[in-house]
Design a protein around this ligand. Structure first.
Ligand code: FES
Length: 157
């Protein structure tokens, strides 16, 4: 059962670290900053965040692997995400994905050899109404056609 403390790391009478809800609230912003600065979050980073906040490293790992915008691997300078929800698939997202794979010469989940682009499929980018849709970094592009793919890549090269 969790015990609570108001600030920082504290230990109970047995020397066990008390779980701080305030520490948990800080976890996601810290991880977002790390992701932004380094492009990924290493095992060592996760351990040091866990130590700093007084929480178990598994808790940090579970947050990093839950959110698609956090990564345990170094990704490209630009991340291209294509939704694979049913609306997007029905609207042709698989063809868009294949076109990105052809032009970038990588498969989904990979990064180009120059480190410029990572191509990913994701469950939802909130763009069912403009499917097929693509997200490049934090920019949403709707009603994408295969002919638009080259231009999208060029704009980010
Ligand atoms: S469910 Fe289709 S983009 Fe979110």
């Amino acid at each position: 059962m969790s015990k609570f403390c108001s600030v920082g790391k504290e230990r109970d009478e047995n020397g066990e670290i008390i779980v701080c809800e305030e520490s948990r609230a800080k976890l996601l912003p810290i991880l977002q900053n790390m992701q932004q600065e380094k492009g990924y979050i290493s095992d060592e980073d996760m351990q040091s965040v866990a130590d700093e906040l007084g929480i178990h490293p598994v808790e940090v790992y579970s947050v990093v692997t839950f959110y698609s915008f956090l990564s345990v691997e170094k990704k490209g300078e630009h991340i291209i995400r294509i939704s694979n929800c049913i609306s997007n698939i029905m609207a042709g997202s698989k063809e868009i994905l294949k076109q990105f794979e052809r032009i970038l010469n990588i498969k989904v989940g990979e990064t180009t050899s120059d480190g410029k682009f990572t191509l990913e499929e994701t469950a939802c980018i909130g763009m069912c109404d403009m499917a097929p849709a693509v997200m490049v970094d934090d920019k949403l592009i709707g009603n994408v056609t295969p002919r638009m793919v080259k231009k999208i890549i060029k704009e980010h090269s």
